[in-house]
Every structure is written in C-alpha cells, then in structure tokens.
Write a protein that binds this ligand. Sequence first.
Ligand code: SF4
Length: 316
Amino acid sequence: MSEAAVSQRRVLLASPRGFCAGVERAVATVEQALSKHGSPVYVRHQIVHNAYVVSALERKGAVFVDNLRDVPHGATIVFSAHGVSPAVRAEAEIRDLRPVDATCPLVSKVHKEAVKFAEDGYDILLIGHAGHEEVIGTTGHAPDRIQVVDGPHAAAGVTVRDETKVAWLSQTTLSVDETIDTVTALRARFPDLANPPSDDICYATQNRQNAVKLIAAQSDLVLVIGSRNSSNSVRLVEVALAEGAAGAYLIDGPDDIQDRWLSGVMTVGVTSGASAPEVLVRGVVENLFSAGFTDLQTVGSVTETQHFVLPRSLMD
Ligand code: SF4
C-alpha cells in the first residue's frame, strides 16, 4: 500500500484473533487442577503450543513432560488440548496416574469420527502434518486404518484396501484452502471418497484465517503472534502471504519485531494464533506505536460465543 493511500501509519488488528475456546479450556484445566490437587501437576507435552503460556503455567506449578515415565506413580497428569491416543490413556492407567483430559472437544469429535469410519471398514485418509501431536493422537484411535496425507502432492502415494470404502478426515488447524486442494486430489483418485459427517477444520481456525485475509489485503506487513510449533499460527502467515501481504512474519511476542521490517511500511496487520494470549498482542501494538504508528483499527465482524466446560473430573 502506498503512502498516498494512507496518511497515517496505522495498525489493523484482526478480529477474531487469539485464544479459542479449546485453549481457554485447556489453560483453565491446568489452573483448576493446580487449585484442586496442589503443585505439582504434570502435563503431557505443551498444554497448548505457546511458549508464553507454558512458562506462565510452569511458574504456577505445572511440570511439562514428554513421557509418562517421568511422572511419579499416583500423580495428576493433564493431557493437552491436542488429544492423545488410547494407548497413552492405557499407559497412564497402568502407571496409576490420575488423568485429567484437556483434549479440545473438537479434536475429540474427530477421534469419534475416526473410530466410526474404522468400525465401518473404511480406510481413513487423515489430511494433516505427520508428526503433529494432534495427528499422532487421532491416528492412534485407528492405527490400522489411518494414513496421513500431508498435502495434495501426497495423494498419488495413497494405497487403500477397497476404493469404494475410503473416507477423509483432517487436522483441525489446517489451511482451509489447502485442505480443499488435498480433498480434490484424493477424490480424483477415489471418486467414492466419503466426507466427514461435519467440518473438521474448527470454527476458530476458520474465523482467524478469514480475519487475516481481511487485514492482509490492506497491509504492507502482517505480524502473526504465535509460537513456531503452533500449526494454526503458521497457517495464518501462509494465508496472509497468499492473500497479498507484501511480508508476513510469525513472532513469539513484541521483542521479535525487527526495525528493518517496518521501514517504509504504512500499514501493519496484526493477528494472533489460537494459543497466543492477548497480553502479547497489546505488547506488539505498544511497540508499533513507539515505532511511529499512530492509528489503530480493528477489522472483522465475527463474534465468537463458543465455550467449553471444564473436564468433569475437575467439576466435583
Ligand atoms: Fe479446539 Fe480449534 Fe482451539 Fe484447536 S484451535 S483447541 S480444535 S477450538
């Protein structure tokens, strides 16, 4: 965008942005477990993919572990928002741990879809990123039936038992457009490909991608606040670039902004991934104002009302 088009250096703030209902619930689950059971409360992997959130919970007494072997017998273990496989639950039981499940209900929904398709004899093509925690957890619900398809290019390598019994599911935090391309490629190979009973890309992913499109089209630069292992945050950068932003960067917080990015920039778009807290957005906006930006506008009109209650084991 040229200087002639905008008289003041401005910040466009995407709405909605930041914490989704699943992340709110996961963070509150750890806090409530600490309040109910006392410190330490163990958490398997990062509760949500955000360094700031994880550090804040560590200071309150949460201990993050990669392996259940590192959790003392009888201790409380929280499963992260990304979900776990039945094998992990079984291991927790064998080790006599007290599980608290912070799996996002929208991820649990995909687990149920996978189990149902598998019971009905389908091969399931799970569109997602191999190695991502959510994909590992979902695959574990039907390991003999699920294969991961990591984008349209991977469709050619898929083999199935019966071409009339093939279904697709997806990771909840993908790019909507990329998922459509992958489904199209899979359907070209398997015309009978069955759809999930409802959308797997979650409302928060969809809304944040729609909102970043609105600001990207008007911005010289888009800053997405989120950690590198946050899939939905990484997708927001890709969507911003695809939508015409001249530059887009993923930043953990205000300190990551580089002066050279702002040179000659009149309009900066700012958004945050579903696991990034609003305090980081405020810090980024403050830094931009210190750097000479003077106008702040919020862009977007969707109001999110989704709310998930805490796990039942914490409600007693
Ligand atoms: Fe749940 Fe979507 Fe948030 Fe993931 S991004 S925790 S699926 S609401």
